[in-house]
Design a protein around this ligand. Sequence first.
Ligand SMILES: NC(=O)c1ccc[n+]([C@@H]2O[C@H](COP(=O)([O-])OP(=O)(O)OC[C@H]3O[C@@H](n4cnc5c(N)ncnc54)[C@H](OP(=O)(O)O)[C@@H]3O)[C@@H](O)[C@H]2O)c1
Length: 303
Amino acid sequence: MSQMPGQAMWKMLSSGVCTSTVQLPGKVAVVTGANTGIGKETAKELAQRGARVYIACRDVQKGELVAREIQTMTGNQQVLVRKLDLADTKSIRAFAEGFLAEEKHLHILINNAGVMMCPYSKTADGFEMHIGVNHLGHFLLTHLLLEKLKESAPSRVVNVSSLAHHLGRIHFHNLQGEKFYSAGLAYCHSKLANILFTQELARRLKGSGVSAYSVHPGTVNSELVRHSSFMKWMWWLFSFFIKTPQQGAQTSLYCALTEGLEILSGNHFSDCHVAWVSAQARNETVARRLWDVSCDLLGIPMD
Ligand SMILES: NC(=O)c1ccc[n+]([C@@H]2O[C@H](COP(=O)([O-])OP(=O)(O)OC[C@H]3O[C@@H](n4cnc5c(N)ncnc54)[C@H](OP(=O)(O)O)[C@@H]3O)[C@@H](O)[C@H]2O)c1
């Protein structure tokens, strides 16, 4: 979708811009789902600032094309592509194993990849697709990379959630959508899980030098609506108000880069500001229980 310069400027000014001038030579970043959309723009900006950036994506060919594009645009050759399918815990473990073997550090982990409004389907491990990819996949990935993040402190985890979490509920008796399933709500539930995960992670990481943030990127023109003709139509109808992926990347970048943000670890951000979250998203008991249930489902020892 092309935009008039004035329109793009208006949206940029009214929707939060990461103004940090932090440069990232010697820093290492992983961005999931960075072969397109918000993730691609996030990876591009991190590369522009000199980081070694891992594009972690399920389609390596698409990833390689994007890596070459970013290398050409930024002059940074340290843009690497590695296979990561968040719908398969074997792939997540293989990615983490490879990454840990080849990298000494991890300073920025951006859990960005996501699916929205898929017809009912399951991951390789039998999890409902939204909760499986958006929450459990990133939960496992973060768990596997956590020691590296701690060793590399100060380091940060950014979980890309959504305003849609306000419509979400964690129904522990129906986490896999087997009793009742709505594609739209399944997305909202998984985005609520992203926020609960962030808060519990931040609580557990207090004093470790690793901080965690969740973000709402805004309503962004991307491939996210691919499963819903209605959403595609809505995006087209309201296209004037929809951000470009570059604008959508601003809050992730703000949380990854802004100096002194550590005291706000665990918070949710939108338009580069702390944002209000739903009542359930603030419920520590639900967050702790979701953590334990996620560990149980993924075979991670509980502490
Ligand atoms: N766009 C919005 O308005 C909006 C609003 C609120 C929140 N968000 C959040 O922003 C994040 C980025 O979304 P986007 O708008 O940039 O959407 P997008 O253009 O559809 O990008 C999503 C990315 O996730 C990847 N992905 C999907 N399933 C995966 C899997 N099983 N394993 C690994 N990667 C997988 C996709 O890979 P493929 O290209 O291979 O499919 C793609 O790279 C998501 O978490 C989304 O929930 C977006």
